[in-house]
Design a protein around this ligand. Structure first.
Ligand code: AMP
Ligand code: MG
Length: 352
């Protein structure tokens, strides 16, 4: 398949620029587009064939549901049933924005879109390209992250091209996304709402809006525990993984630096290609391998925005061993570490 790659001029008329993309969505085709979180791979959420095509293009297991993207709150009543009052409060406070809510689905949403589940994840994105694409196509857009299944999510169009060129109808290039981590997923179908995936919208903000909220147990794990089943099917698969083996080092900063350097030196000496993922503050302390600065510890948004970029850069460089510092001591840290731990397959070295 020939993939059309279209660069978006953010100053220009978006409706005009997105006409062809919208026509592709309407006829059941696939369009990758930027959102404020990561790039999404979109298809008509009401068309089971489009959902099937999304799974095929990504190589995604078909029991892993897609998030349905909407452009106005009226859509809630149409695609969900028994919408609780809390959903409207959340919508008013956080939409458009990086929050996905899980509700019981209505008959309008085919089971192919929800991986066979009776619930549906819904989000109203704030990125102008995403919003306008949904509006102009006149439907709801099912969109998982626009990466090949298992690989790090895509934060720039060139990542999407790397993974999906020739497998989708169109890729919209809207530059680097602002947030760089996927949405927070909140399950509203349980007695106490549960966070199934941590993201940019944090638990305290959610509690302020709707009262008690808890984490799904699988979210707070720092070690792999096969006895706990993740409620978001996507969270159980190997995910975000770079090609090289990734190990996270936890502990006091200077001890972590020393331990990583020792391992890095050994690996370099035995001919491995080493990558090191470090905060700006410590990046100069690593003489071996290729160091990627992820951002300053004081600006967790920068770390979040660069995480997937850094992992993909290591792949581009053919790195076989990656050593990473740990980033759990900041408010967004839970979301960052959730992705990093999965990318590492939970390989963590604790330095005492
Ligand atoms: P992605 O769109 O690639 O960021 O992945 C979407 C995530 O949302 C996956 O982890 C899914 O398992 C999760 N998700 C979407 N819809 C549902 C649902 N109805 N129930 C549970 N998890 C969901
Ligand atoms: Mg994904």
């Amino acid at each position: 398949m020939q993939t059309i790659i279209q660069r978006i001029d953010p100053e220009g008329n978006l409706k005009e620029q997105l006409k062809e993309a919208a026509a592709i969505i309407r006829r059941g085709g696939l369009v990758a587009f930027p959102t404020e979180t990561v790039y999404g791979l979109g298809g008509d959420a009401l068309n089971p064939n489009a959902s099937a095509a999304i799974y095929a293009a990504k190589g995604r297991p078909s029991d892993n549901p897609l998030i349905v993207h909407i452009a106005d709150t009226d859509a809630l009543e149409r695609i969900a049933s028994g919408v609780p009052e809390s959903a409207y409060r959340l919508a008013e406070r956080f939409w458009p924005g990086p929050l996905t809510i899980l509700l019981n689905k209505s008959g309008l949403i085919p089971k192919e879109t929800t991986g066979g589940l009776a619930t549906v994840g819904i989000r109203m994105p704030s990125h102008p390209v995403a919003r306008t694409l949904i509006e102009v196509s006149g439907t709801y857009i099912a969109a998982p992250s626009a990466n090949r299944s298992g690989r790090p999510s895509t934060t720039s169009a060139h990542h999407v091209i790397e993974d999906l060129n020739g497998r989708v109808d169109m890729i919209l290039d809207g530059g680097h996304v602002p947030i760089g981590l996927e949405s927070t997923i909140l399950d509203l179908t349980t007695e106490v709402p549960l966070i199934l995936r941590p993201g940019y919208i944090m638990i305290e903000e959610l509690r302020k809006t709707i009262g008690p909220v808890e984490y799904d147990r699988a979210v707070t794990l720092h070690r792999k525990d096969d006895t706990i089943v993740a409620k978001a099917p996507g969270m159980k698969y190997r995910h975000y993984a770079p090609q090289g083996s990734l190990v996270i080092y936890e502990g006091e900063a200077d001890k972590v630096v020393r331990a990583i350097n020792e391992q890095a030196r050994r690996c370099v000496e035995s001919g491995e290609k080493v990558g090191i993922l470090a905060a700006d503050e410590t990046a100069d302390s690593y003489p071996y391998g290729t160091v990627r600065q992820i951002g300053p510890r004081s600006r967790e948004e920068a770390i979040a925005a660069h995480l997937f970029d850094c992992l993909r850069e290591f792949d581009d460089l053919g790195v076989t061993r990656i050593f990473s510092e740990s980033f759990e001591d900041n408010p967004l840290g839970q979301a960052i570490m959730n992705r990093l731990l999965k990318a590492a397959g939970y390989q963590v070295v604790e330095i005492r």
